[in-house]
Design a protein around this ligand. Sequence first.
Ligand code: ADP
Length: 430
Amino acid sequence: MTLELGVIADDITGACDVAAGVSAAGLDAEVRIGVPSAGSRTDAACVIVALKSRTAPVDQAVRESVAAARVLRDGGARLIYQKYCSTFDSTDAGNIGPVADALLAELSADAVSVGTPATPAAGRTMHRGHLFVGDRLLSESSLAQHPLTPMTDPDLVRVLGRQTPHRVGSVPIDTVHDGAGAIGARIDELRADGVRHVLLDAVDDSDLDAAAEALAASDAVLLGGAAGLAVAFARRLGGGSPLAVPGPPEGRTLIVSGSASERTRSQVAAHTGPLFALDVEALAAGTDAVVEQALEFVRAASGVPLVSATVDPAEVRRVQERWGVERSAALVEDALSRIAALAVERLGVRRILVAGGETSGAVAAALGVSTLRVRRVVAPGVAWTTATDAAGRELDLCFKSGNFGGERLFVDAWTEDARTEDAWPEEEMS
Ligand code: ADP
């Protein structure tokens, strides 16, 4: 199949979320970590470039997103999709608005961006331009207290309006319910009025399907949103025969967890195998020694070993007060990523499940993997992927966002014929 959908994702677990959904909808998906080199080719129908740009400086996020769009378009992608978080994680400085403006400038002078973070299957719905997380307005959900991107305004037309000099408009749910023709007509009207960014209401998947139908034909549109709308496009485009993907490679297994999210805490609690708990105090005193202890633990472990920094929020706060937010995060990410890479190099580990978005980015970098191909979807937004590391070793990797996966993920993810869990996380997904 030729490349149809080119996605630029602002973090790696968000990229894997799209890849899992798109694959489940029948379209071959590949994740590229970082901007792919010019001229790189693929036989996947959907390529998702995973950046680390959600909270990066604006100019870096813009530069990398534009570079990714160029490579994707050169590779033949007909549709370009700006993937952001389903809770619209951003600040008044960006990065969703500035990246969308730069991508529009790249596409064509009269292009408009059209998108929605709505992902109804995950409880994210848009109504009258307002984003809901389950039954609560975004501003009344836990995202209002997010440490980096607190979302205190649920009116996304207003939120995006503060991030761009261009006008922002919306397609209300009544129009969406009137179908693809009405959606297209409303977008044309807004465009004629000088609007450059359009946000769509959507409360269930059929709304996203209608939007995808309206947008598929248009070539002057930058698509945007969370996994919901991307997967609606995959449902339209799907039906290609899936590429043959091998089973998991022979080798040992490992879980590393650097997420402090509520769902990950319950997954750690439900883990039945051996556990090595990382202690930030010990890491601050000397990371090398702790890394060696953890490797010795993995070497001697029977069952699936878990190396975990996961603690409850009070303990994270205590550690952050003592060592600073950045320093404590860096200590944990450095240790976990080194442990993962050395476990592959020295101990024959070939399957790794990583919990946490930032943690996943650090582990992917330490392993030196550049391409992930979805092998098996384990739960909504969570997939095992096939990758080759810098030394040419075949790996099976699962990068999951903190609040993704069912409570027994650390137990069940290894069972190849396990039924896909159908429970979506309630809060704070990508
Ligand atoms: P999530 O997807 O749940 O947000 P991330 O990996 O993106 O998970 O973020 C969790 C952050 O918290 C990481 O930067 C990680 O290094 C940091 N962290 C994890 N455990 C601890 C701990 N015990 N003390 C301090 N910081 C921690």
